[in-house]
Design a protein around this ligand. Sequence first.
Ligand code: GLA
Length: 339
Amino acid sequence: MSDERETMRRVRAPGRVNLIGDHTDYTGGLVLPFAIDRQTTIDYRPADGIRLRSVDEAEPVAFDHRQPPQPGTIDSWGRYVAAVVAELGPERGLDGVVETTIPIGSGLSSSAALEVAVAIALGFDGTPIELAELCRRAEHAATGVRTGIMDQLCIAAATEGHAALIDCHSLDITDVPLPPPSEVEFVVRFVAGRTLEGSEYDTRVAECAMAEELIGPLRLADLDAVAAIDGPVIRSRARHVVSENRRVRDYADALAAGDLATAGAIMVDGHRSLRDDYATSIPIMDAAVEELMATPGVLGARMTGGGFGGCVVAMSEPGTGLDGWPVVPVAGAGHVSET
Ligand code: GLA
């Protein structure tokens, strides 16, 4: 007789790359990421208590699902698991194995993929937005960094073949079709390992809050309002956010018009804004973007994600043969099969 406890199940959750719209999500702005064909999987059986081991990490994770440890007391990947369990309060645990093809600590949202996969494997029952909000809270509890909703929502809700234009205020998602690989290639190039913990990420969040005290919500502000801000640092930060929201719309419009040259130029503008106004790039990322832009066939390139290291993303003509990981847009997370 088959019992639910005997059934192996598999959950998958992809990583993400952001094409344009960085450091806009936590002020309710616009972002345009897509879920990539690199993923975290959990093969598991429902069980009493949490028992997870990872193919990629030394430490296994084991605790009572009714009494998850404080994430801050765990040093390893287990803190993300504990934080999701604490947020979800699942009725059961699981016994399983985690495996990932998302490079860890490279800015492709390996932690958000783990959170989303764990929540689904533990029986999360709600909308993709609710799933993303729960996992964002878990991320905050695990890391203490006040990240936005982009990573978790893209991973929870992406549509195959599309980027997700997310309004991070309303949480409305518009699927934006991406040209097929026969027309354009997206390549992610790893530049430097990083973690947002201990970075200036939270400083940027605070600087945006200061700007909003002066001129109101940045998602509604225009560049004239920004120009009236006295302090040069806060003015620069606000200028990035306001101009970046514009770039997301312009990039989506350029894609819709099939104008890849304009889309590529917008990516480079976005990189310069993150470098000069937002100060989240680092010299080797700037050098990588310069090098890519000097390569025949490359249409656009920029740092992607939180910055301070991580990856750059390039958009190129097919057959350009860039070093890096070619990525294609896949569907968001879910159960994949029952074996
Ligand atoms: C990290 C955060 C996101 C977002 C990006 C920058 O990936 O997790 O919420 O703020 O940085 O766009």
